[in-house]
Design a protein around this ligand. Structure first.
Ligand code: AMP
Ligand code: MG
Length: 441
């Protein structure tokens, strides 16, 4: 995925020029600081520059690897080629009602006061056509979905008939073609029924089946490996015990990556140990989501290891939460260093990793969150120079910023209905200001 790996410095310089802001941090302005442990970030990359770097690593849809899957696995996958129909649907004229197939003109003048008589000459069921030809004054009992017999051109619904032994009495008239499904009215032969790039819905899978398509080319799901680090972590779902806490980020990231089209690989938790982290970062994947140890603490080995084994392109982003996040790559693999604090982890995923996984899965890079425009119930404070990811609750037609906003308070994101992104050049908004809220669901 790091298509421009060799040209990395040139690219950073060009991002730097195009955005007109200082991009990188350390003494060499074109490289991130490889080891900021216990020193802190001198300067942070802007969100825009970090996104620009990321987007430059992501291949276009036409270059993504593909695979063929059966229909039972196709829903939710992204189509990698146009599918056109070689047949018409329906492929024969079919009845749309239960009733009688007959010649429409024979019914002219029929009313409940002027019943016209037809001789019932046979029956026609779905998959069981009537072999004969319907002659004037004749009718064939027909069910919905059955092929219209030769000679007939309309269906008189059963509600407008009465039966008298071998005779049907028509109580109403029908014109030719009435209640008859025309061949090709659903799908025409040669028509594209699903185009490249479409995220297949259940109804697409149904339509593909109707045209006789049993296997489809789709974009291969990117393999997303979770590298969840921290000596303090217990496996997901374990009650906290003394100083040990259960892994919240693993299950959260697994769900996010799956939502965005990734195939998640989630093995053992990884201790804060250089060798263990190195091995986990090197394991097979298209994308690595590393959680924890991304910052400037004593045990934060991950950025240094990434810089040693590949590229640490971005480290420290001017945003809150998730400012200690990093990005880079090892060979073709994209690596995201997500802070351990769960809200930071979610935010870093939302801003960067999710975008990459969606693109690699053939989906839109945009957030899969619905956006609504509402007024703020209270003022929303932010700091100039960083992007804020502010959680809000929707109360009626207003957005209420949540008071508890710390990066460690994951329940702030479960109590919230969504979030507001406050741009870096803003000090926040006064009460009553209109804002865009991205809804979590
Ligand atoms: P770190 O980014 O490793 O410095 O961790 C920052 C904070 O997040 C610490 O309080 C960690 O205990 C916590 N943390 C790290 N990883 C996880 C995780 N997977 N689930 C929940 N909390 C975590
Ligand atoms: Mg840690």
């Amino acid at each position: 995925m790091l298509r421009f790996c060799g040209e990395f410095a040139r690219q950073i310089a060009s991002i730097h020029r195009s955005i007109g802001k200082h991009f990188m941090t350390a003494s060499d302005p074109e490289q991130p600081q490889a080891d900021v442990r216990m020193r802190g970030f001198a300067r942070r990359t802007t969100v825009e520059a970090a996104v620009a770097w990321l987007d430059a690593q992501l291949p276009p849809l036409a270059e993504l690897p593909t695979e063929i899957v059966g229909l039972s696995e196709a829903a939710g996958r992204v189509l990698a080629g146009d599918i056109s129909s070689s047949v018409e649907i329906p492929s024969f004229a079919r009845s749309m009602m239960d009733g009688f197939a007959l010649r429409g003109e024979d019914t002219y003048g029929a009313t409940s006061y002027n019943r016209l008589t037809f001789r019932i000459v046979g029956e026609c069921l779905p998959g069981r056509p009537f072999a004969g030809v319907v002659a004037p004054g004749e009718a064939v009992r027909i069910m919905t979905g059955a092929p219209l017999p030769a000679g007939a051109d309309a269906v008189l619904p059963v509600e407008h008939t009465e039966i008298d032994g071998p005779t049907m009495l028509a109580l109403d008239q029908v014109s030719a073609a009435k209640h008859v499904g025309r061949p090709g009215e659903d799908v025409r032969a040669g028509e594209i029924v699903a185009a490249t790039g479409r995220v297949l819905r259940p109804q697409d899978v149904g339509l593909l089946s109707s045209i006789g398509c049993s296997r489809v080319p789709v974009i291969r799901r990117p393999q997303v490996r979770l590298v969840i680090t921290g000596n303090e972590l217990l496996p997901a779902g374990t009650p906290p015990c003394g100083p040990l806490i259960a892994d919240a980020n693993g299950p959260m990231l697994a769900a996010l990556a799956a939502r965005d089209g990734g195939a998640v690989i989630f093995g053992e938790l990884v201790p804060d140990d250089r060798d263990a982290i190195r091995a986990a970062l090197l394991a097979d994947a298209d994308v690595v989501l590393a959680s924890g140890g991304s910052s400037v603490g004593q045990e934060d080995y991950v950025p240094k290891l990434l810089a040693e084994m590949g590229e640490l392109a971005v480290h420290g982003v001017a945003m809150r939460p998730s400012s200690p996040m990093g990005m880079g790559g090892i060979g073709q693999k994209l690596v995201f260093l997500l802070p351990g604090n769960p809200v930071s982890c979610l935010c870093g995923y939302d801003f960067f990793a999710g975008r990459a996984i969606r693109v690699l899965a053939g989906r839109s890079k945009d957030w899969p969150y619905r956006r609504i425009r509402v007024r703020l119930a209270r003022k929303l404070v932010s700091t100039v120079g960083r992007v804020d990811y502010a959680r809000v609750q929707i109360r009626g037609d207003e957005a209420e910023p949540l008071a508890i906003g710390g990066a460690s308070i994951l329940s702030s994101t479960t109590r919230a209905d969504g979030f507001v992104v406050v741009p870096a050049d803003s000090e926040g908004y006064p009460p009553g200001a209109e804002v865009d809220v991205f809804l979590y669901s």
